[in-house]
Design a protein around this ligand. Structure first.
Ligand code: AVJ
Length: 319
């Protein structure tokens, strides 16, 4: 990407961040969208989270991909063009492409161009000759793969990591329906979804002993200070992770430690002591519920793989 384009993209991102923050902090209860957790510092902290002893999803999903990769490849068939939503560092994409039979192309989709470059570079280095076409788009909103289709290759969507859990069930159905439209006829979708389990395991996974998840959550306020000119006192908020059993989701909040006010975008936001900013939902699914969501989004189950302990699931859906 040219530097002028990169600068425009960064300015547009800052404007969107500020608009989202103003809207979220004006709401009751206060919220901030979790997609803004991933600036370069947030990405670094998330990477550290994936290696924590308490955070089972990443390693469990990688194990499922390793153990069942051959079965997945058989079910998917040869020549698929892989469209990965939120590729991160590209490690899972490489693992999937290794398992597949003669993949036709790799199309990583993300809002953050610098992430996209890293994933694209890793995949391109691992598979010389494979067409790699990064798509800068926000997959939490409508976007088109128009003109990117690989000839007659069928598209395989790849949405690992239980990122689908960050959507509300309604948003998840909307995402699935959009993905079905952008992937086109004959498409398949390989989807990672974290499963419902006991409160203790879940809360530890989102509030680790080393405090990495706390730092990840608090970085959102530091980012608003850096990029949107806010004046959050970083010691004025604490990380909290709680399993909401009724809604089957882990919620992350930032809890105001005292009555205080914060300036942002020419406005003042007041916080009562104990008031929270809701920063993330991580929904966990029961297989029957996931199947319902998939059906509502226009997909049917072809196969599902899980680990021996039943912690995590990987689904192959067909349009
Ligand atoms: C990769 C977005 C699915 O919800 O488990 C990890 C993000 N947040 N720890 C998740 C996350 C706190 C993660 N996702």
């Amino acid at each position: 990407m040219s530097t002028a384009l990169a600068r425009d993209a960064a300015a547009a991102q800052r404007a969107a961040l500020l608009a989202d923050a103003l809207a979220g902090l004006s709401a009751a209860p206060k919220t901030l969208p979790c997609k803004w957790l991933y600036d370069s510092e947030g990405a670094r902290l998330f990477e550290a989270i994936t290696r924590l002893p308490e955070y089972y999803p990443t390693r469990t999903e990688m194990r499922i991909l390793a153990e069942s990769g051959a079965a997945m490849a058989r079910a998917i068939g040869p020549g698929a063009a892989v469209v990965e939503f939120g590729p991160g560092d590209g490690v899972k994409g490489v693992q999937l492409l290794r398992a597949l039979d003669r993949p036709a192309a790799y199309l990583p989709v993300d809002i953050a161009p610098e992430w996209l470059e890293a994933a694209a570079a890793r995949v391109a280095a691992a598979f010389p000759g494979l067409p790699v076409r990064p798509v800068v788009a926000d997959f939490t909103e409508a976007f088109a793969l128009a003109g990117r289709a690989e000839g007659s290759a069928t598209h395989l969507g790849f949405f690992p990591g239980s990122t689908i859990g960050n959507f509300t069930p309604g948003e998840a159905v909307a995402f699935l329906a959009r993905a079905r439209r952008s992937l086109g006829t004959g498409a398949k979708l390989l989807l990672g979804a974290d499963l419902v389990k006991g409160r203790a395991v879940l809360e530890a996974a989102y509030d680790d002993a080393a405090g990495i998840t706390a730092a990840f959550n608090l970085n959102l306020l530091a980012r608003l200070n850096r990029e949107a000119g806010a004046d959050f006192a970083l010691d004025g908020f604490r990380h909290r992770a709680v399993w909401n059993a009724a809604r089957e989701r882990v919620e992350m909040h930032l809890v105001s430690q005292r009555a205080q006010s914060v300036r942002l975008g020419g406005r003042v936001f007041r916080f009562a002591a104990g008031e929270t900013i809701h920063t993330e939902n991580s929904h966990k699914y029961r297989p029957e519920r996931l199947r319902e969501l998939a059906a509502a989004g226009g997909w049917r189950e072809e196969a599902m793989w899980t680990d021996a302990e039943g912690l995590f699931s990987v689904w192959l859906l067909a349009a």
